[in-house]
Design a protein around this ligand. Sequence first.
Ligand code: BV8
Length: 231
Amino acid sequence: MTSPRVVVLTGAGISAESGVPTFRDADGLWEGHRVEDVATPEAYELQPSAVHAFYDARRAALARVAPNPAHHALAALEAAYGDDLLVVTQNIDDLHERAGATRVLHMHGELRSALCRGCGGRYAWDGDLGDRPPCPGCGATELRPDVVWFGEVPYEMDRIFAALERADLFVSIGTSGAVYPAAGFVQAASAYGARTLELNLVPSDGSHFFDETRHGPAGRLVPAWVAELLG
Ligand code: BV8
């Protein structure tokens, strides 16, 4: 029996149990920062050092966290489903990959990538960017975090919508449903005829769009759901 075509969207909640702060929970990342102050191109133009410091700290913190059972369960599902599973993440951490996932679309970019505003090149990057290192490609000191800020166009939108169009099942894991276009994927999936499932600690802003919602920690809900699929 061929596996159903599954699209999974993950948000900060899937990494919470790994110790990565979420955005909108009480002790969240945005805590002490107004989103507009750090995650916009305007903020970067106005105060590049503050924005670099925000991302340099998060990039450095990756060394101190590890994937949790939810990341591992999705990697196991990918191993079983292959091309019939696509994981789209809003997260810029590398925890899906460190759990063994190989086909993850980072629609909001990645902490461990730098984008050169001089030549447009992208480079794997683990160090700081705040000290303005030269671009490996063109030498310009114009490297910025390779993340999608508010007002910027998310990556891989065509591939994401092509997958939503084919999907039999859309599962949203650990996201508040506060940010578009990701928050609208459930409505698109439903319109294309997919069943929809939300796995989140608490009801999200978009819970009412889902056929089924399960509430609890991803570290428990995701392995249980994957076990149901793999039988
Ligand atoms: C765009 C990267 C055009 C950087 C981020 C008015 C109406 C509608 C839209 C807009 C509007 N005004 C402006 C917009 C557009 C705007 C937007 O949506 N604004 C919002 C604030 C209204 N969007 C954009 O600008 C986007 N671009 O629209 O371009 C376009 C559109 C379509 C097609 C082409 C072009 C770009 C947005 C990207 C911004 N970048 N991050 C960085 O990381 O610093 S956003 C950031 O917040 C995250 O990346 C993530 O995507 C987003 C949402 O965060 P979540 O992942 O959901 O995390 P959150 O903390 O919010 O929630 C965590 C959830 O987990 C909670 O529900 C919690 O209960 C749960 N949880 C906690 N612990 C656990 C758990 N669940 C399970 N287990 C646990 N243990």
